[in-house]
Design a protein around this ligand. Structure first.
Ligand code: SAH
Ligand code: SF4
Length: 351
């Protein structure tokens, strides 16, 4: 049996075409239902019964399935089956109780950053817009009140720009673009592509270190996207968008938190409106850097780096350790074979 095409993740202007010759207001009604997270045509109670039946015969509203849910101190990780594998979406809660949905854009990642678990998987494939938006709809079944969306899950969003943009077009109708952040490892062309055609969401760049030579060893992507070019792209982005950019720096114990790194970061940030988000590295078993195992940074090291950056005039935030018990923290999203799941997962299946 061939699968019915899914209507989730289809932007309104496309839906109007898919559903023609139905009048446009009907497409608008269907779109609103889908984007509210509804997963059954039968419940679209402002459509005539016959139309609900017809749509149900032709289309589906889900192409992904929620498989497992893991919880840890209010944080939640969902494992979602997509064709060819499993993606993960995480809900993080901050001290004020606000919830952020962290979504994936690819199954795996081709970028090979040495500190990242998703990188270890390699790239399986891009997710399509339905597979991206459905992560959000699965999340909203548990938490209808999501305050922010960040694309910091599995994969490099800007290498999946077409489907990312379609997903953003849909999601921006339920959430202000100011509350959506796309995180990239620093792809210059992608940054320009996103800025030129919109929507104008916030940007986070995983700088890791502003020492070019070290960055190349940690993030192979930087060879083709050197820091001076990256900076030019960010300056242009900021001139266009007028929004503060986040520089994410995953702190690797004993590697990228020294005085030299602080000075390089400050030089890189000159002329940009940025905040540096320090992310203490989350342990991923088996990851090594030039033959040596990676280490989590010590509290004193984090503090020293932070105060060094602040002394140089940079704004910083330290990302609180969240979701570690569920392997749902940044860079810990990876393959389905995960020992932590059995130890810490509460193994609740939603449906
Ligand atoms: N590919 C994009 C978005 C996904 S990665 C990017 O690289 O920006 C999201 C963030 O997780 C990045 O800032 C990355 O540096 C960080 N990260 C990767 N592995 C990590 C780990 N093991 N511990 C903490 N942060 C990690
Ligand atoms: Fe890919 Fe981001 Fe992980 Fe690098 S940090 S391997 S770009 S997911």
């Amino acid at each position: 049996m061939t699968q019915k095409p899914s209507l989730s993740g289809v932007p309104l202007r496309e839906l109007e075409i898919v559903l023609s010759p139905l009048p446009r207001y009907r497409a608008g009604q269907v779109f609103a239902w889908i984007n509210s997270g509804l997963d059954s045509f039968q419940e679209m109670n402002n459509l005539p019964f016959a139309l609900r039946r017809e749509l149900d015969g032709r289309f589906s509203l889900r192409k992904t399935t929620l498989v497992k849910k893991f919880e840890d101190e209010g944080n939640l990780k969902l494992q979602i089956a997509v064709s060819g594998g499993m993606v993960e979406a995480v809900i993080l809660v901050d001290r004020a109780g606000r919830r952020t949905a962290c979504l994936s854009t690819q199954l795996g990642c081709a970028m090979g950053c040495v500190f990242c678990r998703t990188g270890l998987m390699g790239l399986v494939r891009n997710l399509d817009s339905a597979e991206i938006t459905e992560q959000f709809y699965h999340i909203r079944k548990f938490y209808p009140d999501i305050a922010n969306i960040v694309f910091m899950g599995m994969g490099e969003p800007l290498l999946n720009l077409y489907e990312l943009r379609r997903a953003l077009e849909v999601l921006c109708r339920t959430m202000s673009p100011r509350r959506i952040t796309v995180s990239t490892c620093g792809l210059v062309d992608g940054i320009e592509g996103l800025a030129s055609e919109g929507p104008s969401v916030r940007l986070a760049v995983s700088i890791t270190t502003a020492r070019e030579e070290l960055r190349r060893r940690l993030m192979p992507v930087s060879a083709a996207n050197p820091l001076p070019r990256l900076k030019e792209a960010l300056l242009r982005h900021q001139a266009q968008q007028r929004r503060r950019i986040t520089l994410e720096a995953v702190l690797l114990g004993g590697i990228n938190g020294g005085a030299e790194d602080a000075a390089a970061m400050s030089a890189f940030a000159e002329g940009l409106d940025v905040v540096v988000n320090l992310i203490p590295w989350n342990r991923v078993e088996g990851l090594r850097f030039e033959g040596r195992p990676l280490k989590e940074p010590e509290a004193a090291e984090i503090e020293r780096f932070r105060s060094g950056l602040e002394r140089l005039g940079l704004k910083t935030v330290i990302r609180r350790k969240k979701g570690r018990g569920i392997s749902g923290a940044c860079g810990q999203l990876g393959s389905t074979v995960d020992k932590d799941f059995d130890v810490n997962g509460t193994d609740t299946v939603a449906r």
